[in-house]
Design a protein. Structure first.
Length: 143
């Protein structure tokens, strides 16, 4: 059976919002509503992890290819720092997962940095050499 959730997602969202506003909670599509709420939270988590990966990738390139440093890399680092801080200020409970997110993002960043620099992945430290304070410090650039 096709439901409105399946056939008209936008219409379904408006319907669910209307039901919540009117207090008709017994009519809510709770199964799909719960899935969507969890998905929204996971989206915030993925966004933070992606920002961390880009930041790590550029910090690794900055450190391991000093002859290639550019204003573009510097601006990307600054942009990612701002977006990470903003994402965490808007979603403070993500701080509880920061260790895991940093570890996952750093592992991915090693592969990206290796691909972009031509350096072997083993060139880079296996574990993230920076802490959160360094990552968000606008004056910090690894040497």
């Amino acid at each position: 059976m096709t439901t409105r959730y399946d056939s008209d997602f936008y219409g379904w969202t408006q319907e669910q919002a209307g039901l919540l506003r009117s207090g008709n909670l017994h009519l809510l599509d709770t199964r799909n509503l719960l899935e969507e709420i969890e998905s929204m939270g996971n989206s915030e988590r993925r966004e933070l992890e992606s920002r961390l990966e880009v930041l790590f990738q550029h910090l690794l390139k900055w450190q391991y290819q000093p002859s290639h440093r550019s204003r573009s890399w510097q601006l990307t680092i600054a942009e990612q720092r701002r977006k990470i801080v903003r994402r965490l200020s808007r979603n403070p409970s993500l701080k509880n997962e920061l260790g895991e997110l940093m570890a996952d993002a750093y592992g991915d960043a090693i592969l990206s940095a290796s691909r972009e620099t031509g350096l072997e992945a083993q060139t880079f430290p296996a574990d993230c050499p920076w802490d959160y304070e360094q990552l968000t410090d606008s004056q910090f650039y690894p040497q």
